[in-house]
Design a protein around this ligand. Structure first.
Ligand code: NAD
Length: 495
């Protein structure tokens, strides 16, 4: 369909034309109502976006259902070819995608350009290639051959958060499409724009109409309607624990497999035998994306004997971080996403300070910059079991607690209801092995952080999630895995 550059529906964001309507069945579809999208950089209004509801969710599922027979019957090679073409489209538009994402969610432009958007393209390439190699060796049972296959499941409802919008969306879209499913994506209402650009790119790459649909709007409206639709075969959600409860409820009602990637309160353990410069470097890295990273090791657990030295070096390193406009190359920490979220972050910090915590650095908004810029904060003297050490803040706020023994370290590390990730810094490989075996977490890093490979399983223990995605785990989730047992020729069945 040719696009009308109508100002009511196509906004110009950072010089890029972004259609703010839904993308359903290969057509742009408006809604009677819209919602405002503002930039966290300076609070300026960006655009109005179509505000979908039950009607749009149902229409998108209908379109996805109609496209399913043909897409699921498309050869693996052809699906992989189109996914690579989408990756090409992403690579051709890295600058545009990066600029729009930064305007919309406030994360660093340089990291969008050099890290995030290339990874978005890689998501498509990786799952295209993995599809082509996806196989399980046949095996025999009393002469019968067992053949394992991955059959497309149907329409997938994908619901994603605002902290890494296109990265997290494509992490689901790519395997779901590779597997032969059709998709309805509902991006977060605080950063809805790059999902719309993805729809354009996919269409240009030759993805047939209806295979990828994007609906815009609030979670309680269009999101809730989407996950409740009985025609949906899979629900994959990344977001917060309270929303996950609603989504799991909808999945339960229809008995639909659901993947939940949720929050965290991950520990970063620093043992006295560690390289302290490395430990400090890894600790300061936890302020990345203004602390809005699900995997962030926000609880620094440091062996008492080196705690003072660690803290002094941390202060020096953190003081060098530049806070400011995320479009500026020199900036290390940008704004947080939204005034409501900003107030929530500050609420956690002020309540902690009121109950005896001490801010070694930060402790409040950056009043020089104003707006949504929160000072990188490190809190010590935090009371055990208070919300600042048990709840996810999702801002540039770290706590520091000390321990004296390995047992104490493990007990502190495992002491929340979450289990997404953990980082261990130690110079002793035997200790590393012992400690990592005892940690409750989906991903554990030793002397490193954020080394991620799409082949690896990704997910959380406890309330950090249900299920694993990545490599074959993604296909296991997005497919009906089938075993076909064939009798040998001439075999007589005797019951
Ligand atoms: P959120 O739960 O508020 O929203 C996530 C998405 O769910 C949004 O698109 C929202 O519109 C939608 N939604 C809200 N209510 C809904 C409903 N009733 N039905 C259907 N959809 C609904 O989360 P958020 O604030 O956008 O994201 C931050 C959270 O995401 C943090 O807790 C963070 O840790 C988590 N997160 C987890 C991972 C991971 O992989 N484990 C990655 C990134 C973020």
């Amino acid at each position: 369909m040719s696009q009308r550059h109508d100002t009511a529906v196509v906004a110009t964001i950072a010089g890029v034309a972004v259609d703010t309507r839904h993308w359903i069945g290969g057509r742009r579809v408006a809604s009677p109502a819209t919602f405002p999208d503002t930039s966290p950089i300076d609070g300026s209004p960006l655009t109005e976006v179509a505000r979908g509801g039950a009607h749009e969710a149902a229409a998108a599922v209908t379109a996805a259902q109609a496209a399913f027979p043909s897409w699921s019957a498309t050869s693996r090679e052809e699906r992989a070819r189109i996914l690579h073409a989408i990756a090409d489209g992403v690579e051709n538009r890295i600058e545009e995608l990066a600029a729009v994402e930064t305007a919309d969610n406030g994360a660093l432009l340089r990291s969008h350009r050099r890290g995030v958007m290339p990874r978005v393209a890689h998501n498509f390439r990786f799952f295209a290639d993995w599809l082509l190699s996806l196989a399980h060796e046949d095996f025999e049972t009393r002469g019968h051959t067992n053949r394992i296959s991955w059959d497309p499941a149907g329409v997938c409802a994908l619901i994603t958060p605002w902290n890494a919008p296109l990265m997290l969306a494509t992490w689901k879209v790519a395997p779901a499409l590779a597997a032969g499913n059709t998709v309805v994506l509902k991006p977060a209402e605080w950063s809805p724009l790059t999902a719309s650009l993805l729809a354009d790119i996919a269409a240009e790459a030759g993805l047939p109409s209806g295979v990828l649909n994007v609906v815009q709007g609030y979670g309680e409206e269009v999101g809730s309607a989407l996950v409740s639709d009985p025609r949906v075969a899979r629900i994959s959600f990344t977001g917060s624990v309270p929303t996950a409860r609603h989504i799991a409820g909808a999945a339960a009602a229809n008995l639909v497999p659901v993947s939940l990637e949720l929050g965290g309160k991950s520990p970063l353990l620093v043992f006295a035998d560690s390289d302290l410069d490395l430990a400090v470097e890894l600790a300061v890295e936890q302020y990345d994306n203004a602390g809005q990273v699900c995997l962030a090791g926000t609880r620094l657990l440091v062996e008492s004997s080196v705690a003072e030295e660690f803290t002094q070096r941390f202060i020096v390193k953190a003081a060098a971080l530049q806070q400011g406009d995320p479009r500026d190359e020199a900036t290390d920490i940008g704004p947080n996403i939204h005034p409501d979220h900003f107030a929530r972050i500050d609420g956690f910090v002020q309540r902690a300070l009121a109950t005896g915590a001490r801010a070694v650095i930060g402790g409040g908004p950056n009043t020089e910059l104003g707006g949504l810029y929160y000072r990188p904060t490190l809190l010590t003297d935090v009371a055990p079991d208070t919300e600042i050490v048990t709840e996810e803040v999702f801002g540039p706020v770290l706590t520091l607690q000390t321990f004296d023994t390995d047992e104490e370290a493990v007990a502190l590390a495992n002491g929340t209801r979450f289990g997404l990730a953990a980082t261990v810094v130690t110079g002793d490989s035997e200790r590393a092995r012992r400690i990592t075996e005892q940690l409750v977490a989906g991903t554990v890093w030793v002397n490193c952080f954020f080394v991620r490979d799409l082949q690896a399983p990704f997910g959380g223990a406890r309330q950090s999630g249900i299920g694993r995605e990545g490599g074959t785990w993604s296909f296991d989730f997005y497919c009906d895995v089938k075993n076909t047992v064939t009798a040998p020729k001439g075999w007589q069945h005797h019951g």
